[in-house]
Design a binder for this molecule. Structure first.
Ligand SMILES: Nc1nc2c(ncn2[C@@H]2O[C@H](COP(=O)(O)OP(=O)(O)OP(=O)(O)O)[C@@H](O)[C@H]2O)c(=O)[nH]1
Ligand SMILES: [Mg+2]
Length: 190
């Protein structure tokens, strides 16, 4: 397993809370409830990141130190309608601030998209930011245990066309795609 040690470092609510840079970081983004924190726990092989059935669980930027060398960064989910508008704006600003501040540190951003939904404006915007900052993006189609084979293939094609990126089909339940995600992260962190 490529994660040998992992420790939670900080929940950042503003730029001042961001920890000192290490040797690179991988961030996990996507709308609320898509499964970002769950994927981190799968990669850590531990229940460290908080997961919830209710969207909007992760409200701060959570930094996890991996192998004493890298940060894996759990970003708050965007686009969740039931929190107040001001809170949504705060999350968006926080994610933007993170990206502007750390783009030279970010070796890969992992964008999760729920396989039952289509890419949203925020997903597209995120891909554009990443391209602007020349940060590689890996799109992960999450929760594919919820769909049949044909639907998954069709969805992969739709997302690939709409976002113009590589797509990995993934499930935390069946563990499909996990080794491909690990391989991609490994390649980006050398
Ligand atoms: N069926 C299925 N459920 C999943 C999968 N991954 C996550 N979930 C469930 O989806 C819900 C949300 O997961 P989280 O990991 O908390 O999602 P998140 O993206 O971190 O959400 P926020 O913190 O609100 O942004 C939880 O009930 C998880 O158990 C998956 O691959 N398949
Ligand atoms: Mg979360």
């Amino acid at each position: 397993m490529f994660v040998k040690t992992v420790e939670f470092v900080v929940s950042a609510y503003r730029e001042d809370d961001f920890p000192q840079a290490l040797h690179g970081e991988v961030c996990f983004v996507g709308r609320s409830n898509v499964g970002k924190s769950t994927l981190l726990n799968v990669l850590f092989n531990r229940r460290l990141a908080k997961v919830s059935k209710r969207p909007g669980k992760t409200r701060s930027i959570n930094f996890y130190k991996v192998n004493n060398r890298y940060y894996f960064v759990d970003l708050p989910g965007y686009g969740y309608a039931e929190v107040s508008k001001s809170e949504r704006v705060h999350w968006k600003n926080l994610i933007e601030t993170y990206f502007e501040n750390r783009n030279d540190q970010i070796k890969l951003s992992v964008l999760l998209i729920d396989c039952r939904l289509s890419p949203q404006e925020n997903d597209k915007m995120f891909v554009e930011w990443s391209q602007y900052y020349r940060v590689p993006v890996l799109v992960v189609l999450s929760k594919v245990d919820k769909l049949g084979h044909q639907e998954i293939s069709r969805k992969i094609e739709v997302v690939r066309q709409e976002l113009g990126t590589d797509v990995i089909a993934y499930s935390a339940i069946t563990k499909r795609g996990v080794s491909d995600i690990i391989e991609k992260i490994n390649r980006c962190l050398v």
